[in-house]
Every structure is written in structure tokens, then in C-alpha cells.
Design a protein around this ligand. Structure first.
Ligand code: RIB
Length: 300
């Protein structure tokens, strides 16, 4: 099985169930509060592990009970943890997540130890990139670390799947020759300024030499853009209880299907079912489906 490396964040999520997402200046009461393992990087790694992929993660935790719980979640879900470091000073990252009755969410992340995942740690564990086929990366870790990882991937010919979340404007050099960029609608609007249509924004990124772009569109599915053209794919037919982690599980599904030598179209279909099943449960990692469950709905 081809190896997938994930470089990214690990957070303990504090999930507040609320009637609606509060507007600026509004105070509302939560109806429930719970804890769940999360962090975009860790969700993607655990998602791959649960689907039976060969995955290893590079990340940083605090020396506290949340850090231990997140580490245990990786181990339990068959993620290679050799690249996980426990920071001497900083606490484990946290995310404060409001989930509305409609299943929508809003997230504030306090990065903690994720902000100490520096190029030095990547250099120390560079050997983990050997023989990797894909590298998944997001933007909840320092930007110079992301830049360094992209450079290593280029040298070692590892294909990058880049999830620009939370989005910030990116230098064109970072996008050059990227195998796959997976933003949602908000994120692509931050990457491409102006009032262009979604398809025009995707073309702008293709012109910057991104090879493939998949824009996730929630219940409207997703759009794939590459040199072959533009294609739309429907979402899998599931009702949303909590959309937290849907994007992460979609990316995990994509990576596993691609690592099994499927083409992008088949990988998108598989990933849509993985994401669809994720939104039927509350919490990020607790809602990620295993391979057997996904196969009950779809077989690739
Ligand atoms: O993508 C969902 C994740 O974003 C949550 O688990 C939270 O930790 C934030 O990183």
C-alpha cells in the first residue's frame, strides 16, 4: 500500500451545541458541551487510518492529558506516530466549535503546540518522507513549515494534496506544480481576490500551475478543475447532524483512493461517501467512518 504522510495540527475540540451560530455582539446559551479529538491534520490522518491506508503523521502536542488523548487516538486508528513530538512548554491546541441545530459550524482555534511545529522538526524527521507517495498539508501550522514541507516534497517527488484551511493568501511559488489543491468556497475566495466566478477562480489557479483543484461545495458536492476541463460531482445523500470534519474526511477518502491507484473521478466519488457518513454524527474524529461502513454504501 502506498505511503501517505500528513503534516498538520492536532486539537482537542470543545464542541458547543447551540440553536444557531451567534452573530457578532450576540450572546446565546449552549444546550450541550462535549470534547472530541480533532485538528485538521489529525482528522485527515485518522480518517486515512480508519479507511485502511498506510499513514504517518508529523505534528506537535502539549505534555498534558489532551495531548495524550490525541496521541492515543492516532495510535488506536493505526497512524504511525514516529513524527509526533510533545512540546516542553506549550499546551495542546484547542478548537472552540459551535454546532447549530442545522449542523452548521463556526470554529476558533487556539493553536498552542501546533505553532511550534517548525522546519527544524520537519528536518529531524525528513526520513519519514522517504517512499511516501502523497503528502497532505493544511494551514493550521506555521507558514514557513508549510513552505519547507512543500520544498521537501518537490525534492523527493512526493505528490502534495494541499488543503488551504484556514485560508490565507498564498505566494504563487507555493502553488506551482502542486498536484492537488482542495479549498472550500470561502477558501478559494481568499486565494483568488475579486468578483470572479468559481470556475474563473479555479482557472486562475490552474494558470499558476496547480495541476488539479477540487472545490468542496458542501451539500452541492464538489467541482474538479484541471487541464481536461471542469466537472461537477454530487454530494452523497446523507442528512447533516454536524458538518465538523467533513472536509478533512473528504480529503482522507481522496488520498486513500488515489493511493490505491484510482483516478481522480473515482476518488471523488469514494471521498463524497466518506464525507457524507462523517456529517451524520457529532464530533470530528468520533464521526470518521471505517472502510467496512463506507463499503456498505459504495464499492470501488
Ligand atoms: O476541520 C475541522 C477541524 O478544524 C476541527 O477538528 C478543529 O480542531 C479545527 O482544526
Amino acid at each position: 500500500m502506498k505511503k501517505i504522510i500528513v503534516v498538520g495540527s492536532l486539537n482537542m475540540d470543545i464542541v458547543l451545541k447551540v440553536p444557531h451560530i451567534p452573530a457578532p455582539g450576540e450572546t446565546i446559551l449552549a444546550t450541550n458541551v462535549s470534547l472530541a479529538a480533532g485538528g485538521k491534520g489529525a482528522n485527515q490522518a485518522v480518517g486515512i487510518g480508519k479507511l485502511g491506508g498506510n499513514v504517518c503523521m508529523l505534528g506537535r502536542l502539549g505534555q498534558d492529558p489532551y495531548g495524550q488523548e490525541l496521541y492515543d487516538s492516532l495510535e488506536k486508528n493505526k497512524v504511525n506516530t514516529e513524527g509526533i513530538v510533545f512540546d516542553d512548554d506549550l499546551p495542546t491546541g484547542n478548537a472552540y466549535i459551535c454546532v447549530s441545530d442545522k449542523g452548521e459550524n463556526s470554529i476558533v482555534v487556539n493553536p498552542g503546540a501546533n505553532s511550534a511545529l517548525d522546519p527544524e522538526q520537519i528536518k529531524k524527521y525528513e526520513w519519514l518522507f522517504n517512499e511516501a507517495s502523497y503528502c497532505l498539508i493544511q494551514l493550521e501550522i506555521p507558514k514557513d513549515t508549510v513552505e519547507y514541507v512543500l520544498q521537501i516534497c518537490q525534492e523527493k517527488k512526493v505528490k502534495v494534496i494541499f488543503n488551504p484551511a484556514p485560508a490565507k493568501p498564498l505566494k504563487d511559488e507555493l502553488l506551482k506544480d502542486l498536484f492537488l489543491l482542495v479549498p472550500n468556497e470561502n477558501e478559494i475566495s481568499i486565494l483568488c481576490s475579486g468578483s470572479a466566478t468559481l470556475e474563473e477562480k479555479a482557472k486562475e489557479l490552474l494558470d499558476k500551475n496547480v495541476q488539479n483543484i477540487i472545490v468542496t461545495l458542501g451539500e452541492r458536492g464538489c467541482m474538479l478543475a484541471n487541464k481536461e476541463g471542469i466537472q461537477y460531482f454530487p454530494a452523497a445523500p446523507f442528512e447533516a447532524v454536524d458538518t465538523t470534519g467533513a472536509g478533512d474526511s473528504f480529503i482522507a477518502g481522496l488520498a486513500v483512493a488515489l493511493a490505491e491507484d484510482n483516478n481522480l473521478e473515482t476518488a471523488i466519488k469514494f471521498a463524497s461517501y466518506v464525507a457524507g457518513l462523517t456529517i451524520t454524527k457529532v464530533g470530528a474524529q468520533p464521526s470518521l467512518p471505517d472502510r467496512k461502513t463506507v463499503n456498505c454504501y459504495i464499492n470501488i
